[in-house]
Design a protein around this ligand. Structure first.
Ligand code: GUN
Length: 282
């Protein structure tokens, strides 16, 4: 049976060192600050934002919240972002997605200063990730890399399969694995022979958004399986993109859902905020 990677334990370890770094920075006169912007009444967004703010508080990062009403216009939101771009004690800006329909998400993301873009969603930061010379790593893929590192697996030369090609997870994930010298294949909804490709992988990262999509017959014995999915099963219970109960008998390491990748994503946001604040020390 595979070893279940405890995302909360790994996150706690990383957050400890982030807390130490934050304390050093504060002693040097700089308190890292994160501006969190939420528009409207999306319940999932509210829960994510609360978790992010709580995590900031735990490590000593100052957070300030801007909760705007559902009917906020794009111009109003852009005005706020311009203010936050100029605000010296704000090192990172996070605009929680999704945004209401009247606001173009791309326009908003492009308005955030790349040096304050702690989500690493701005095209400048996306381009830097492609080149491999990055200031900020995208939070979820960076969290996945930490979890793989925790297993002691050397990615060099390994067959890595990423299932999903989103801008937020699939594409940057593939890049980070490539930078770690993996041989990377991206599978998606139009991939032919997906099952055979996944079955050949040493490392599988599932980010498709379909409950229990990866079944035991698709996984090579001893593979490392990382599950980015967050879905509900037929009984309304939270589950990932991997059929955990069956795949754990085949994998060498596997992440659970919840408490696998999730806690790492927020941890990487803290790390990026700290990195953004470093420029104020100089
Ligand atoms: N909505 C869902 N995931 C994310 C994320 O990682 N960052 C932001 N800003 N919004 C999200």
């Amino acid at each position: 049976m595979g070893i279940v990677i405890d995302g909360r334990a790994v996150a706690a370890k990383v957050r400890c060192s982030i807390k130490e770094e934050t304390e050093k920075m504060i002693a040097n006169g700089v308190t890292p600050g994160l501006a969190v912007v939420i528009v409207g009444n999306n319940q999932a967004s509210r829960a994510y934002v609360n978790n992010k703010e709580k995590a900031c508080e735990e490590v000593g990062i100052r957070s300030e919240e801007y909760a705007l009403p559902e009917e906020t216009t794009e111009a109003e939101l852009l005005e706020l972002i311009a203010k936050l771009n100029a605000k010296e004690d704000v090192d990172g800006i996070l605009v929680q997605m999704p945004l209401p329909n009247q606001i173009n998400e791309e326009t908003v993301l492009n308005a955030i200063l790349p040096s304050k873009d702690v989500d690493a969603f701005h095209p400048v930061n996306v381009g830097k990730i492609m080149i491999g010379n990055y200031d900020f790593l995208p939070c979820t893929p960076a969290g996945v890399m930490e979890l793989i590192k925790e297993t002691g697996t050397d990615i060099t030369g390994k067959k890595c399969v990423v299932i999903g090609r989103s801008n937020i997870v699939g594409k940057p994930m593939a890049m980070l694995l490539l930078h770690a010298h993996g041989t990377v294949t991206i599978c998606h909804s139009r991939t032919k022979d997906l099952k055979e490709i996944v079955k050949d992988a040493d490392i599988i990262v599932a980010a498709v958004g379909k409950a229990k999509f990866v079944t035991a017959d698709m996984v090579k014995y001893g593979a490392v399986v990382i599950d980015v999915g967050m879905n509900r099963d037929e009984n309304g219970k939270r589950c990932g993109d991997v059929d955990f109960e069956a795949v754990k008998n085949v994998a060498s390491y596997i992440t659970p859902v919840p408490f696998g990748v999730g806690p790492m994503t927020i941890t990487m946001l803290l790390k990026n905020t700290l990195k953004a604040a470093e420029s104020r020390l100089k």
